[in-house]
Design a protein around this ligand. Structure first.
Ligand code: GUN
Length: 295
């Protein structure tokens, strides 16, 4: 069996063209152009790349992007002060503080300082708390896990009663992805570094979401025939034949897995483009919230 390849780049492109249209409608109807502020602290090269990609994507759909960069030794007060000034700025409908922050900063306090109406990452404790509870609605859903769900829907996943296994329990991906799957009535197992018999647990998964950050850890024989596999990992592995000296691989050994799974995302071109598309969607939603408060 050869799996269907879930084309995240194509789904994200479709979403971006819908967002472009909706942004122009908002400008025409309300004279409001959605705006996203990015906050980058320090000089982590991967974070710089991600923020650059996010800002470029904003500009391509007509969302204004306001970049703020602080030095690696910025104080807690400086970062929180910047967040508070962005909270008060009516041109800004979304605030994204790129993670990870330098170790001396209190991440929780900084995320807590973001107005929940502008929390386009969905990382504010109130938004995460609402996501964790039955019958409560967060204002924003975290971008990568939301992208995972959209790709599962695209692949025709039946959530109700499905065995879903999430590898990884990070605040950014694993834990919120598990909560979104529970909301859709899947039976969810969250695996982590202490999980016993990991291959065996994975083999029970109708839906497998891998978000551990370990290159090609999930082998083909860990996968239930016909399962839908979403690979969130983006890992660099040395490759002297590649122009940059490395190539990107996921957490799943793709060539093996595609022979067993029913559908699978590639890396790159799977979840990655969806994260940014969901951020744009959340920023548009932030602007809609602001417009509805003006009315
Ligand atoms: N670091 C890795 N992923 C993310 C993300 O989705 N948002 C932010 N703010 N930081 C990240």
């Amino acid at each position: 069996m050869t799996a269907a390849i879930i084309d995240g780049a194509a789904v994200a492109a479709r979403l971006r063209s819908e967002i472009t249209r909706e942004v122009e409608q908002m400008v025409a109807a309300h004279g409001v152009r959605p705006g996203l502020a990015t906050v980058l602290v320090g000089d982590n090269p991967a974070s710089q790349t991600y923020v650059r990609m996010k800002r470029k994507a904003c500009e391509e759909v007509g969302i204004q992007s306001f970049g703020h960069e602080l030095p690696a030794d910025a104080s807690q007060e400086e970062v929180e002060g910047l967040v508070r000034s962005l909270n008060a700025d009516p041109a800004i409908h979304g605030i994204l503080v790129q993670l990870p922050l330098p170790g001396h900063l209190n991440e929780e306090a900084i995320l807590n300082a973001i107005s929940i109406e502008k929390d386009v990452d969905g990382f504010h404790p109130v938004n995460i708390g609402r996501l964790a509870m039955k019958g409560r609605e967060p204002l924003f859903i975290p971008c990568t896990p939301h992208g995972v769900i959209v790709l599962l829907e695209e692949a025709g996943a039946k959530f109700e009663g499905a065995n879903a296994v999430v590898l990884g329990r990070s605040n950014i991906v694993g834990m919120p992805a598990a909560m979104l799957l529970v909301h859709r009535n899947a039976t969810v197992t969250i695996c982590h570094s202490r999980t016993k018999d990991l291959p065996e647990v994975c083999r029970r998964a109708d839906i497998l979401v891998a978000a551990v950050g370990r290159a090609e850890m999930v082998r083909g024989d860990w996968i239930k025939p016909g399962a839908i596999v979403i690979d969130v990992g983006t890992n660099r592995v040395d490759d002297p034949a590649a122009k940059r000296g490395y190539r990107l691989v996921g957490d799943v050994a793709f060539d093996e897995a595609k022979e067993v799974a029913g559908a699978i995302t590639p890396v790159p071109g799977g979840v990655g483009p969806m994260t940014i598309a969901m951020l744009l969607k959340n920023t548009l939603r932030g602007a809609e919230l602001a417009v509805s408060q003006l009315a």
